[in-house]
Write a protein that binds this ligand. Structure first.
Ligand code: ADP
Ligand code: MG
Length: 402
């Protein structure tokens, strides 16, 4: 029995090139049958280094090496080609496996193919051996290449997902920092100017000066309101009063601003949510409502906040024109895509359903653990934490713990 040297390591990450000289493992107890297989391989133009093994022990030892092709007899003393196939596949080896047998019924052939054999041949028809071997090797190569591509693609998707989530968190941190600077620097300066204008007003000795002071005061009031508005958009202070209050306020403001009838419903007045969830829910509702005003042409929208089966769900539903897959695939539209990433930062997900009767977006976040869930209505004082009383006040994910 000729033994051949190991072929060498093949890094998993590389797709093997079609070999010029095949390394073939032949599981066969009959020497004449082995010679026949060798003959047909050579006749088909295949140059091969062939190792013959006769039983399970020989197979096990041979499988420590890499092979380009395994040919196996079906009937072996105390062993079978199907068991050999199972062993090869159980080891995670994708090497092409062809069953060669004197008598192989259709049911056995079907079972072999189902179990991962690449082909089956009758010993009486070995003229097909060489083409079948080359075909199996090529098909295997393509399959391995596809697996590598799939793996690379899924890794890259995962990286993009992680990057997107990281960006969402970074954006909130940046927003928090800008809001704080506006509050401290711009707010402080405006207050100082206001005091000085008040002083000038008190000491003004001409109507002209008083009038200018009055105009400056008005401009100052507008600047103050603008800074409040900007700060709120950057960091929704209303969340400090809890998600329920924030959504209520958002719905009312949306109705007033757009004229679209907006209903907010909730099953509970108070709830306790883990850090990060209220802000994710708030941004979800904000984006969904913005979309309604921008795209839906709706006359009605409802916002429902509920808890069922340990899952927080926030549903925004409109009666507008609906959306389709092409809308969601728009190259420059990142609103809804961003919602998926945001939801994932707190272990949640977003479902979309849409039709001629409108669009519904649902955010679901599992509330695991006793600290996550709706609080008992008899202990409402436990539910509201002011921002900054816990953890890092600049960490936007901590806002709105309620
Ligand atoms: N409520 C809605 N009703 C109808 N169409 C919508 C709705 N929400 C989103 N769409 C469609 O889906 C697209 C993608 O939305 P989105 O990801 O939020 O990006 P953007 O709002 O920036 O376009 C929108 O451009 C719009 O065509
Ligand atoms: Mg949008």
């Amino acid at each position: 029995m000729p033994l051949i040297a190991p072929f060498g390591d093949r890094p998993d990450c590389q797709v093997p090139m079609p070999p010029t000289r095949l390394r073939v493992l032949h599981l066969e107890d009959s020497e004449p049958d082995h010679d026949l297989v060798m003959f047909y391989l050579a006749r088909g133009g295949i140059e091969a280094d062939v190792l013959r093994v006769e039983d399970e022990a020989g197979l096990s030892e041979a499988l420590e090496q890499d092979w380009d092709l395994i040919l196996s007899d079906y009937n072996l003393p105390g062993y079978s080609g199907l068991s050999a196939l199972a062993k090869v596949r159980a080891l995670g080896k994708l090497v092409p496996f062809i069953l060669v047998s004197g008598e192989i019924g259709e049911d056995i052939a079907v079972q072999a193919m189902r179990n991962g054999a690449n082909d089956y041949l009758l010993k009486s028809n070995l003229a097909r051996l060489a083409p079948a071997a080359l075909l199996a090797i090529e098909a295997n190569r393509t399959r391995i290449a596809k697996q590598h591509t799939d793996l690379a693609l899924s890794r890259s998707r995962q990286q993009i997902r992680e990057l997107a989530q990281h960006l969402q968190t970074s954006i909130e941190q940046e927003r928090a920092a800008i809001a704080r600077e506006i509050h401290d620097d711009v707010g402080g300066a405006l207050t100082a100017v206001k005091f000085d204008l008040a002083w000038i007003a008190r000491h003004a000795n001409s109507p002209d000066i008083a009038e200018h002071v009055q105009q400056a005061m008005e401009a100052l009031t507008m600047a103050h309101e603008a800074s409040q508005r900007i700060m709120h958009n950057l960091r929704p202070a209303i969340l400090e009063q809890g998600l329920v209050a924030a959504l209520q306020w958002m719905a009312e403001r949306f109705a007033k601003r757009t004229g679209i009838a907006t209903e907010f419903r909730t099953s509970q007045e108070q709830m306790v949510l883990s850090a990060g969830v209220p802000l994710v829910a708030y941004r979800f509702a904000q984006e969904a409502l913005t979309n309604v005003s921008k795209h839906a042409h709706a006359s009605r929208v409802s916002v429902d906040l509920a808890q069922a089966g340990g899952v927080l769900s926030l549903e925004v539903s409109d009666n507008g024109q609906g959306l389709n897959d092409d809308d969601l695939a728009k190259a420059r539209s990142f609103g809804i895509r961003g919602l998926h990433e945001r939801a994932e930062t707190v272990g949640g997900w977003v479902d979309i359903s849409s039709g001629a009767n409108g669009t519904t977006l649902i955010l679901s976040v599992p509330l695991s653990g006793p600290e996550n869930g709706f609080l008992d209505a008899f202990a409402p004082e436990l539910t509201i934490d002011a921002v900054g009383t816990e953890g890092d006040p600049d960490d936007p994910t901590a806002w709105g713990i309620q």
